[in-house]
Design a protein. Structure first.
Length: 408
């Protein structure tokens, strides 16, 4: 692709498989790193390092003895290499991190193929693309997507991968692209770089790509979800697809072992386990309700704190082990009785609940905040408030202070 004198010559445009190259250092300037480390912005006269662009992450690798940590394009067209060492002007040798580059090539070409298949089978255009470290995604302008549709798209994409069709880069004008029926409209002067999958798809793209569809390896669709107005499809290609399939198989095998069944029986076994869990949960809830009712009766009979005649009865208790849900339930049972005020705490987590029967005149929310006095946090309504303290030894004094306030 033609370059102006102020721009870096981009070797990846003509050869995505170039792993090493020689270049001349044009400039090297210090630049602070994100965590205060010393970094340097190095510009070369030519580079095979791809800068972050078009949804594809940057390359990494070596520039002489320095590590290339990031690559980006400056406004003037220069490609900047972020390194951990400074350079002086002169010749240098560079090497791309090839496994990372080839992985990006597989994912990016796979995305072009996947987008083309969605157009062929469903006429759903791709509106955005993101190449992530572990998975990649495309967002589709689609009304809805079913598992059956995804399966057909995945099968068709892998058929084209198996065809091992040539993948070529060509330069076209905007008019030529329009005449070729390219999906994405481009409005710009000069030559436009186009990725072409033989007899299948052509799209403008400045990224790095494989030379044949067979080099994509395979394409696996992982997940599909609604995101705002579009549908996001997660996919992996090549080695990523192999790793994902292996991880899935390991997970299935371990799940089957734990449930003592074969992998084909997993859905039925999980459904049965979920139903049993739901049944057990309902039974436990009934028992907890019953226990709270019984304990409320016992507390009303044995833990009443007598006050002046005509004043509400007060139940004060600190439990060694009681979770917040049980404290709330027990307080509700007690407060359901007439003229009862409740001060409960638990040493398991430092939880506190203050409650009172309807119609009483105390303000439990204000009382809780006053008694916590910086020792914890909480709040609620006039009749029901809850909170917690970090210092469990403070529970007793907090509840005692609350009792004194109610009796004063």
């Amino acid at each position: 692709m033609p370059q102006s004198l102020s721009m870096t010559e981009r070797l990846y445009y003509s050869d995505s498989f170039l792993r090493e190259f020689d270049a001349v250092v044009v400039s090297s300037e210090p630049a602070p790193g994100a965590s205060g480390e010393q970094r340097f912005h190095v510009v070369l006269d030519r580079t095979a390092f791809y800068p972050t662009s078009g949804g594809q992450p940057h390359d990494t690798g070596k520039l002489s003895l320095a590590s290339v940590l990031d690559v980006f394009e400056r406004d003037d067209g220069a490609i900047v290499h972020v390194t951990d060492m400074p350079f002086t002007p002169g010749r240098t040798h560079a090497a791309i991190d090839w496994p990372r580059r080839f992985d990006h090539m597989q994912q990016h070409t796979g995305q072009h193929l996947l987008s083309a298949v969605f157009i062929e089978l469903q006429n759903w255009p791709t509106v955005s693309f993101h190449l992530g470290r572990d998975v990649s995604t495309i967002d589709l302008a689609a009304p809805a997507i079913s598992p059956a549709q995804l399966e057909k798209v995945e099968l068709r994409a892998n058929e084209i991968i198996s065809d091992d069709r040539p993948v070529a880069i060509r330069l076209c004008t905007a008019a030529e692209l329009a005449s070729l029926g390219v999906r994405k409209a481009v409005e710009r002067d000069g030559p436009i770089r186009v990725l072409e999958i033989e007899s299948y798809d052509r799209q403008p793209c400045g990224g790095t790509h494989v030379a044949r569809t067979g080099q994509i390896g395979s394409l696996l669709l992982r997940k599909c979800e609604k995101v705002k107005q579009n549908w996001r499809v997660e996919f992996v290609c090549g080695t990523r697809a192999v790793r994902a399939a292996r991880a899935d198989q390991t997970l299935l095998a371990e799940s089957a072992r734990l449930l003592s069944c074969g992998q084909p029986e997993l859905p039925a076994m999980l459904q049965r386990a979920l139903e049993e869990r739901q049944t057990s949960h309902r039974a436990r809830q009934r028992l907890v309700e019953y226990l709270a009712g019984v304990e409320a009766l016992l507390l009303l009979a044995t833990e009443l704190r007598p006050g002046k005649p005509g004043t509400p009865r007060v139940v004060q208790r600190i439990f060694d082990e009681a979770d917040p849900d049980y404290l709330r339930l027990l307080a509700s049972k007690l407060a359901a009785e007439a003229k009862v005020q409740v001060l409960l705490g638990s040493r398991s987590g430092g939880h506190i609940v203050f409650a009172q029967s309807a119609g009483l005149h105390a303000d439990m929310n204000a009382l809780l905040k006053e008694c916590l006095a910086g020792a914890g946090k909480g709040g609620g309504t006039r009749d029901f408030a809850q909170g917690s303290v970090a210092d469990l030894s403070a529970l007793s004094s907090i509840l005692s202070r609350a009792l004194d306030r109610l009796r004063s």
